[in-house]
Write a protein that binds this ligand. Structure first.
Ligand SMILES: C[S@@+](CC[C@H](N)C(=O)[O-])C[C@H]1O[C@@H](n2cnc3c(N)ncnc32)[C@H](O)[C@@H]1O
Length: 279
């Protein structure tokens, strides 16, 4: 085992350093993620069903009409898309995980729902004035690096009809120090990261100057392979977010603190603010 290399890779990452591997599109990990997504009690990949139902009711109040065209970015296995389709909307779901999109599409066919799923990167969308609402739910906005965030917002703005709504949820600054994940390790014969033996070293970091947390996972495989996964997670104060949205042309940004209940781990109503912004 090349301990020196592991030591180097487990140092605090430079701001916005990329890991060597991408979790969402890895063929093995994306299957583990799908299991988590569709487990109704588990909150780690998608929120629990009770919370999703509550969020859909809140989204319905915001859009306040039926038969709309809605775009669900990072739709995963379609938990929100299906519920919106059942409410009479025509939904397009976009996700770059082939595993999730295939599952979502098979569910939509089985349930005869009006949903189009696209296996695409939402950084590369070219929709124009097509949607009444675009949703980006479960903190995906926070994981975008600044240049990616700009691109996604430009894509969303272009995709919306005039007066259309962009709805997203973000981590706020409250008690952020408590959200830095502690250092930990895992030794497994087979598990979330690999279907063969591995050691995973995990540590969280805070970069207050950029208002971002990083979760770093170093996964060491049997043949001394080392994969690093780094997740950047921004937190936003309202003024910062309004400024970013306005710089892309959005107006009338409203924030909602009470969409999620106050309790629940790791993120709950205390830490998550929902935003609705208009084109
Ligand atoms: C935290 S999950 C949330 C899934 C879904 N919104 C939910 O709450 O059930 C994030 C999803 O976004 C997808 N994703 C992340 N980055 C993406 C990108 N650049 N383009 C398309 N999909 C992306 C992932 O594959 C994953 O399905």
């Amino acid at each position: 085992m090349n301990i020196k290399q592991i030591k180097r890779q487990s140092d605090k990452p430079r701001l916005y350093e990329k890991g060597s591997s991408v979790m969402w599109t890895d063929p093995y990990i994306s299957k583990q993620l799908l299991e988590l997504h569709i487990n109704p009690e588990n909150d780690s990949a998608s929120r629990s069903r009770v919370i999703i139902d509550r969020t859909i009711n809140w989204i319905s109040e915001q859009i306040n009409a039926s038969g709309l065209n809605i775009l669900d970015l990072g739709c995963g296995p379609g938990l929100y898309a299906e519920r919106l389709a059942l409410k009479g909307h025509s939904v397009t779901g976009v996700d770059f995980s082939e595993t999730s999109v295939q599952y979502a599409a098979s569910q939509a066919r089985e349930k005869k729902l009006d949903i189009l799923y696209l296996n695409k990167n939402y950084l590369d969308l070219d929709f124009e004035s097509q949607f009444d609402a675009v949703i980006l739910i479960y903190l995906d906005f926070c994981v975008l690096l600044p240049a990616e965030r700009d691109r996604v917002l430009e894509n969303v703005f272009r995709a919306l009809k005039k007066g259309g709504l962009f709805i997203c949820d973000v981590v706020n600054e409250r008690n952020i120090e408590r959200k830095i994940i502690p250092q930990s390790w895992e030794v497994s014969e087979s598990g979330f990261w690999k279907d063969s033996p591995y050691i995973a070293l995990t540590k969280g970091y805070h970069y207050p100057e950029a208002k971002v947390l990083a979760n770093q996972h170093i996964v060491i495989g049997e043949q001394d392979t080392v994969d690093t996964y780094i997740f950047w997670n921004h937190y936003y104060e309202k003024n910062d977010l309004v400024k970013i949205l306005e710089s892309k042309g959005f107006t009338d940004t409203r924030d909602y603190e009470n969409v999620l209940p106050e309790t629940g781990d790791p993120w709950n109503g205390e830490n998550i603010t929902f935003y609705v912004s208009k084109k």
